[in-house]
Ligand binder design. Structure first.
Ligand code: PHE
Length: 360
C-alpha cells in the first residue's frame, strides 16, 4: 500500500498543476475514477488486518474528501477566470435593433412637442424647420448678436472646425431654434406665422441641462401685430398646454438681442413643502422667452420695419415636459430605460387633440 500522506501530496500538487478544465478532469479520473489511485487503495483495504483497515480506511476517506474539495475549488477558479476573459473580450453590438416591446410607448418629448404643436397649430401657426448644423450668421449675427456681443458667451456653443481648422467660416450646432426665424423671413415676403419645433445644442450637462435638447420657436410678423397679440397668444397657450383655465400668466421685462422689448413669461405655482404645483397660488415659475422682433432682425432679413412688426417666442420642450408631467431629472429623457418609458411614456393612441384633450 502507498503512504496516504505521500498520495495526498502528489494528488493535491496535480490539482494545482492542472492548466485547464480538461487537465483537471484527467486529474479527477486518475484520483477518484474507477481505476483511480484512491479507489485502488480502497480496494486494497480488504487485505489488511482489522485495526489497520479501520485507520487506513478513515485516512483514505479524509483524503478523498480533501481531493474532491480541491478539485471543486480549482474548477470554480478556472471558470471565474474564463468568464472574466470573455467579459473583457466580448462587445455589445449597439447597432442591433431593439427587442420588440409588447406595446410601444410614445416618448414624453415627442408627446409634448405634439401637444405644443396642437395648441399653436389651432391658433393658425404653421410648422417651419431648419438645419441642426447652422452657420454663424443665421445662429447669431442675423439675430442681432454680432461677433463681439456679450450675449454670445451666454450660449455654450459647439463649434465645428472651419475650413483648414480656422475659426472663420466655421459652422455651429444651433444653440436655439431662433435661426429658423431668419430662414423663414429670407424665404419669402411677410406675413409670417410659424412655429419651429426642433433639436438644439449647448455644451452643458446637469439635472436640468443636456447637450442636446429641444425648443419650440414662434414667429408672427404682420403689419399691425402688437404686444397685446403676443400676450394674448402666450396666455392662451400656457392655459391650454397646462390644462388650467385660470392659470396666472405674467410678463416680466428681460433682454434678448433679437427682441425689443423682451419679456420672460412666468406662470403661477405653489411650492408648499418643497412640492411644486402649477396653478393659482402666489408663486411664479419661468417658462418662456419672448418679445417684439427687433427691427434690426427684420432689416437683416430684408423686411421693412417701417411696414411690418411682430413677435417671437421660444420655449424649452424638456422643461415644459418636466413641469407638466413631474419628471425630476432631465437626463432621464435620454437614458433609453424601458422601465422609465413605461412609467412616463404615452400610449400610442394618446395623440393630443383639442377636442379629445391634451392632458392626461
Ligand atoms: N432663443 C431664445 C433662447 O434660446 C428664446 C427666445 C426666442 C427668446 C424668441 C425670445 C424670442 O433662450
Amino acid at each position: 500500500m502507498e503512504s496516504v500522506d505521500k498520495l495526498r501530496e502528489e494528488l493535491l500538487a496535480a490539482v494545482e498543476a492542472a492548466g485547464d478544465l480538461d487537465a483537471l478532469e484527467q486529474v479527477r479520473v486518475a484520483a477518484l475514477g474507477k481505476k483511480g489511485r484512491i479507489t485502488d487503495q480502497m480496494k486494497g483495504l480488504g487485505a489488511l488486518d482489522p485495526d489497520q483497515r479501520r485507520a487506513t480506511g478513515q485516512a483514505l476517506n479524509t483524503l478523498k474528501d480533501a481531493v474532491a474539495e480541491a478539485l471543486d475549488a480549482r474548477k470554480a477558479a478556472m471558470e471565474g477566470a474564463a468568464l472574466d476573459a470573455r467579459l473583457g473580450e466580448e462587445r455589445i453590438d449597439v447597432t442591433l435593433p431593439v427587442r420588440p416591446e409588447e406595446t410601444g410607448r410614445i416618448h414624453p418629448i415627442s408627446q409634448v412637442i405634439e401637444e405644443i404643436v396642437t395648441v399653436l397649430g389651432d391658433m393658425g401657426f404653421g410648422i417651419a424647420e431648419g438645419p441642426d448644423v447652422e452657420d454663424d450668421w443665421h445662429n447669431f449675427t442675423a439675430l442681432n448678436i454680432p461677433a463681439d456681443h456679450p450675449a454670445r458667451q451666454d450660449h455654450d456653443t459647439f463649434y465645428l472646425p472651419g475650413p483648414d481648422g480656422a475659426d472663420a467660416g466655421r459652422l455651429v450646432l444651433r444653440t436655439h431654434t431662433s435661426p429658423v426665424q431668419i430662414r423663414t423671413m429670407q424665404a419669402g415676403p411677410p406675413p409670417y406665422r410659424v412655429i419651429v419645433p426642433g433639436r438644439t445644442y449647448r455644451c452643458d450637462y446637469d439635472a436640468t441641462h443636456s447637450p442636446m435638447f429641444h425648443q419650440v420657436e414662434g414667429l408672427l410678423v404682420d403689419e399691425k401685430t402688437h404686444m397685446g397679440h403676443l400676450k394674448g397668444c402666450l396666455e392662451d397657450f400656457c392655459r391650454a398646454f397646462f390644462g388650467i383655465d385660470d392659470l396666472p400668466v405674467r410678463f416680466r421685462p428681460s433682454y434678448f438681442p433679437f427682441t425689443e422689448p423682451s419679456a420672460e413669461v412666468d406662470i403661477g405655482c405653489t411650492r408648499e413643502g418643497g412640492e411644486l404645483k402649477i396653478g393659482r397660488g402666489g408663486d411664479w415659475l419661468e417658462v418662456l422667452g419672448a418679445g417684439m422682433v427687433n427691427p434690426n432682425v427684420l432689416r437683416n432679413c430684408g423686411v421693412d420695419p417701417e411696414k411690418y412688426q411682430g413677435f417671437a417666442f421660444g420655449m424649452g420642450v424638456e422643461r415644459m415636459a418636466m413641469l407638466k408631467y413631474g419628471v425630476p431629472d432631465l437626463r432621464t429623457f435620454y437614458e433609453s430605460d424601458l422601465r422609465w418609458l413605461r412609467h412616463y411614456g404615452f400610449a400610442s393612441l394618446d395623440m393630443p387633440t383639442l377636442t379629445g384633450g391634451l392632458n392626461r
